[in-house]
Design a protein around this ligand. Structure first.
Ligand SMILES: C[S@@+](CC[C@H](N)C(=O)[O-])C[C@H]1O[C@@H](n2cnc3c(N)ncnc32)[C@H](O)[C@@H]1O
Ligand SMILES: O=c1cc(-c2ccc(O)cc2)oc2c(O)c(O)ccc12
Length: 354
């Protein structure tokens, strides 16, 4: 094959770089996972936010033969924007400090995101991705079924370690999102005296609402094994059950990241149960979910929504939807009107009236 020259050579180099950037995306994610598992952000934080390489190696008990490996890991993560590399003028020693983003990887942080990183890259949660292609040729509902023979919800009822990791990942996302919802969009809860969070996990959403609006009686509703594993908070009622069969009555029900877990038919079934649970006058259903806009000015958001959609395809039977797809579901479930507030970057608040 003749080697390209001129414009063709330039194109080849660009293609090469584009491809490798994508092929090696996982190496960046896995390096970050390694940093979190080793506790690098916390070690830097404990050291006053700035640490030299030998100090870091010492703090992490890195084997003396692996100091250079640590340096390579740190320079990669600094290049990716997770740490800031500094060189001491006096002795030329390499040092690192936390970048703004890595503060969100500290353990025991209210807004920490480490559990979401660890769940997404857990070998058992990654395994179904290897079956995606084969699964597209077969009848089973998801690649997750191909690997585990059941849905993730069924599996987690028996695998309490997975249940705990999953719930913690969801809780860390909910803490972040609800901080914005109650502070910036509190009007959504105006006039409500009671509210049920459907598929509320271990209660993070309900706790955030009860704390911001103590006059609202909040209930967390989820599958029995999830409710049993929740640490009780006196301000919340906890109810175990199946949302396809019954939803406890309240002025409003909220569903955060629930409908995107399910296909259209199941969404209609869930919403019909929600409609039964709220008053015809003054009742409302509040959804916190994604509304995909393929023509969004923020193509970065659209890309993330599509990637999340792929997660839903692999791990559960859900999908991320455009407004016209939501509209049909709301109509089929018997709701007369809806209002979308694109409030949270990737996600929107959607209010439904019966
Ligand atoms: C993606 S998580 C969302 C958790 C929480 N709403 C949040 O955003 O942090 C979906 C939740 O739905 C719950 N769930 C699944 N099937 C359910 C069912 N049939 N009835 C009630 N809850 C269910 C799961 O146990 C899980 O807690
Ligand atoms: O099964 C999942 C997994 C995730 C998930 C993937 C990657 C991460 O880094 C964190 C979490 O999220 C899910 C989700 O939001 C959902 O509604 C259902 C299932 C899953």
């Amino acid at each position: 094959m003749e080697m390209p020259t001129g414009e063709a050579a330039k194109e080849l180099i660009e293609v090469h770089s584009f491809m490798w950037n994508h092929f090696l995306g996982f190496a960046g994610s896995m390096s970050l996972k390694c940093a979190v598992q080793l506790g690098i952000p916390d070690a830097i934080d404990r050291h006053g936010g700035h640490i030299t390489l030998p100090e870091l190696a010492d703090a992490l008990s890195v084997h003396p033969a692996k100091t250079l490996h640590l340096r390579r890991l740190m320079r990669t993560l600094a290049q990716l924007g997770f740490f800031v590399k500094q060189t001491h003028e006096a002795d030329g020693q390499e040092a690192y400090r936390l970048a703004t983003v890595s503060k969100y990887l500290l353990k025991n942080q209210a807004a920490g995101m480490a559990p979401a990183l660890l769940l997404g890259l857990d070998p058992e949660w990654v395994a179904p991705w290897h079956s995606l292609g084969d699964s597209l040729r077969r009848e089973e509902p998801t690649p997750f079924h191909a690997v585990f023979g059941k849905s993730c919800w069924e599996l987690m009822a028996h695998r309490l370690d997975m249940n705990e990791r999953f719930n913690e990942s969801m809780a860390c996302d909910a803490r972040l999102v609800m901080e914005v919802v109650v502070n910036e969009y509190g009007h959504v809860f105006k006039g409500l005296r009671s509210l049920v969070d459907i598929g509320g996990g271990t209660g993070t959403v309900a706790k955030a609402i009860a704390k911001a609006f103590p006059h609202i009686r909040c209930t967390t509703f989820d599958l029995p094994h999830v409710i049993e594993s929740a640490t009780r908070d006196a301000s919340i009622n906890y109810v175990g059950g199946d949302m396809f069969e019954h939803v406890p009555p309240a002025d409003a029900v909220i569903l955060k990241s629930i409908l995107h877990d399910w296909g259209d038919e199941n969404c209609v079934k869930i919403l019909k149960q929600c409609k039964e649970a709220i008053p015809m006058v003054g009742g409302k259903v509040i959804l916190i979910d994604m509304v995909v806009n393929p023509n969004s000015p923020s193509q970065e958001s659209t890309k993330l929504q599509y990637l999340y959609d792929m997660c839903m395809m692999v791990l559960c039977e859900g999908r991320e939807r455009e407004e016209h797809e939501w509209k049909k579901i709301f109509k089929d479930a018997g709701f007369t009107s809806y209002k979308i507030t694109p409030a949270l970057g990737l996600r929107s608040i959607i209010e439904l009236s019966p």
